[in-house]
Write a protein that binds this ligand. Structure first.
Ligand code: ASP
Ligand code: MG
Length: 452
């Protein structure tokens, strides 16, 4: 099969983890057509990006030596991993390369610290080092262990605008270069290894795509190469039918739609950020989440349309922070909702769930920071009641659209648990219940038992 394989930070955290990656890629290579070897995208080793950001911050504060110390520690960590995996002639040039790149960065950090200023482009130059280093080590390790491979500097392939720290790929230019550079190596039977998350402007200045951007890189390259599947290798089995902290033994969701994955992301199912895989989903390329510690588990597949099955796809909940506001006096009044939402707007507080009847409107917010101001303002024109300690429980499934009995089953499984608010969005792939936070474990347990 023609695939792109992205390995996240935990999958390349150390030499042992990288050894697992080598075995996984070797297996995929054996199952691929000779002219279509897998393409590999890697994140920085785990925690490295956080450390690099810290080092940029210290430089901006003028702490040049502390910033340099972090970079030096990181160099040592990478050298240790390289020595454990790379053998023979390949090791000295790799160590020389890592040392020279980190040393250059160290000098940059000291200079920036003297001026107490780190521009967004300097920030990206520092932060990009994580993916540059991990990808060079992985490529050399592959070659040392007999997997034919070549490192490609992602900055020569992924062309972006100049929004440093959150750059956007130029798909046309990137696809042209991906097909040329990556395509040529594949045709020669080589496993191309690239760092995720990083790119460069058309003028060649280093950029980054924003946190978690390696998934985005993989989706972009995969879309450009028209692969059959994009594999996101991480340290969990995939998406679960419910949060394991709330429900005992949730099950793995074998397949879900992109829209379902997006609904679940709001609830912190943060295996990946769905918007980052949009380039792949837009081209109908399935994205599969897999566990590099348990490569035999089938994982979770995200596709444009999901899969035909009965029942629900997953449950989700958001606890604790939710607040429920009820506002009366709406009867026959026009402009009421506008005034209400303007208050939330003024205090920059997002509203999550909304239900209305002719006389009242209820909303939830999950950031109570400005709540007192908001309530004070609302009381100028509405009767307001506010209940803290609420939670959102949500059932998700494309089937909710077609099968009205699912809703009935959900409500009846909740039995005597009082529901404060019920909301079904126009997309009809999720139904949201607002209830007391203390009822969440029981509600989730009952729903899970009823559907999974
Ligand atoms: N290394 C980057 C980060 O930690 C990008 C990624 O891992 O996807 O955000
Ligand atoms: Mg990630």
């Amino acid at each position: 099969m023609n695939v792109i394989m992205k390995f996240g930070g935990t999958s390349v955290a150390d030499a042992e983890a990288m050894d697992r990656v080598i075995a996984i890629v070797r297996g995929q290579l054996a199952a691929s057509e000779p002219s279509k070897p897998p393409v590999v995208v890697v994140s920085a080793m785990s925690k490295v990006t956080d450390r690099l950001i810290e080092s940029a911050r210290l430089a901006a504060e003028g702490s040049g030596e502390e910033s340099a110390r972090i970079l030096n520690d990181l160099l040592q960590r990478h050298v240790g991993v390289a020595k454990a995996l790379v053998t023979g002639d390949r090791l000295p040039p790799l160590l020389a390369q890592l040392t020279s790149e980190f040393s250059a960065l160290l000098e940059t950090a000291r200079t920036l610290a003297r001026h107490r200023e780190v521009s967004p482009s300097s920030h990206d130059a520092i932060v990009a080092m994580g993916e540059l280093a991990s990808s060079q080590i992985v490529a050399a390790a592959f070659a040392s262990k007999g997997v034919p491979s070549v490192w490609i500097d992602a900055r020569t392939v992924l062309v972006t605008d100049d929004e440093y720290t959150a750059a956007l790929p130029d798909m046309e230019a990137t696809c042209r270069r991906t097909r040329d550079l990556v395509g040529a190596q594949r045709a020669a039977g080589q496993v191309a290894v690239l760092g995720g998350f990083i790119g460069a402007t058309a003028a060649g200045v280093t950029t980054t795509l924003g946190r978690g951007g390696s998934d985005y890189s993989a989706a972009v390259f995969g879309a450009c190469l028209d692969v059959e599947e994009i594999q996101i290798w991480t340290d969990v089995d995939g998406m679960l039918t419910a949060d394991p902290r709330v429900v005992d033994a949730p099950r793995l969701v074998p397949q879900l739609s992109f829209a379902e994955a997006s609904e679940l992301a709001y609830f912190g199912a943060k295996v990946l950020h769905p918007s980052t895989i949009l380039p792949a989903v837009a081209k109908n390329i399935p994205v599969r989440i897999l566990n590099s510690r348990r490569p035999d588990v089938a994982g979770t597949m995200i596709t444009a349309n999901g899969r035909a099955h009965d029942g629900l796809t997953a449950l989700a909940c958001k606890r604790g922070v939710t607040v429920d506001i009820t506002s009366m006096r709406m009867l026959m009044a026009h402009g009421f909702l506008r005034r209400l939402f303007e208050v939330f707007e003024r205090f920059k507080t997002p509203v999550d769930v909304v239900t209305t009847s002719e006389v009242s409107v209820s909303v939830t917010v999950d950031n109570p920071r400005r709540l007192d101001d908001i309530l004070g303002n609302l009381r100028n024109f509405a009767e307001v009641a506010c209940e803290p300690q609420m939670a959102i429980v949500c059932i998700v499934g494309e089937n909710l659209r077609a099968d009205p009995t699912l809703f009935a089953r959900a409500v009846s499984s909740l039995e005597r648990i009082p529901l404060r608010l019920v909301s079904q969005a126009a997309s009809r792939r999720n139904i949201t219940f607002v209830l007391r936070d203390s009822d969440v474990p029981e509600a989730m347990g009952r729903l899970h038992a009823a559907f999974f």
